[in-house]
Design a binder for this molecule. Sequence first.
Ligand SMILES: *Cc1c(COP(=O)(O)O)cnc(C)c1O
Length: 381
Amino acid sequence: MNMNVKYFDHAATTSVDERVLKEMLPYFSENYGNPSSVYSIGKENKEIINIYRMKIANILGARVNEIYFTSCGSESDNLILKGIAFANKNIGNHIITTQIEHPAILDTCKFLEKFGFKITYLKPKENGIIDINDLEKSITRSTILISVMFANNEIGTIQPIKEIGEIAKKNKIFFHTDAVQAIGNVDINVKEYNIDALSMSAHKFYGPKGMGVAYINENVPFMRMQDGGHQERNKRAGTENVAGIVGTGKALEIATMELSKYNTHIKKLRDFYISEIMKRIKYVKLNGDLEKRLSGNANISFSGVDGSLLLEELDKKNICASSGSACSAGLLNPSHVLLAIGVPKNLARSSLRITFGKENTLEDTKYLVDNIEEIVNRLRH
Ligand SMILES: *Cc1c(COP(=O)(O)O)cnc(C)c1O
């Protein structure tokens, strides 16, 4: 890999923190036992898994038996939505979500519609935040689940999770939040927020790829989606990814410990970036709320500039950025998130998502701004 790469796409993925990697390594080699085995190198790994499960539970304010390890954020979203929907079908068939969720939620909802579930997709306000009154009005007697993301992956907006949790509790509806973007950026306590289920993904907070966590409150009935062995208390079959679990726990521990330092750092760079862009380039629009957004996110539309061309030109300068979610990159379709918040199609196609991370410097950010200014001027001519 080119060591001169300037990486501004931390919402897509992050590198594994060296301390995380170091903690994981023994579980690829000497400590390779299967946690389900009866001999000691297996049993030791079962204990290791539970130590890391406990660390994660403590950080989230959950119980140790409420933490399930999965293979990614998408799997956690699938398991929680399908698992809760099918297990509670006798109570009701209505689910409330938003138009700006990640495809792992939206496509799972489309799947559930084929099985008789009714889904309400709330449209957020122009600032990217849902209206609590809309949520309350959409609740019916058959509503079993509300699924609203904690923070958006494209525009970084943070939803009123506490209020949503209170409404869900008052109406005896389960509340799930896709917290994949929020974990490592926001302090989250599931009991305080009345969250019944939560998804996270390790590679978004300097942990390994291929590791997800699903928190599911012990009082929420859910059906297992992956059949086979008795792992994860019979709720998710498959030999545990011991190294991945260790890496996830360690990464979350570091993220929690360094949360305020991290936020201060990335917010400084992000605010510098936004103010320089606004000062130096005409006809630009910041998408999403100014205040209620993740510290490292800036999503800006450059009127008259094709977003995919802009990315290609940035790539020639060794700059990694995104037009929105990684899942829709490469496609000409404008982002469903930007369209949902009322950004016109042409402006949605000219958006650039910059997401800052711990290795970024002010120097890198100046390089980024200089190049964007030069490229935007060139492409507009
Ligand atoms: C990245 C992401 C996911 C998917 O996580 P994976 O581990 O890549 O499957 C889900 N939701 C949001 C909000 C994300 O940003």
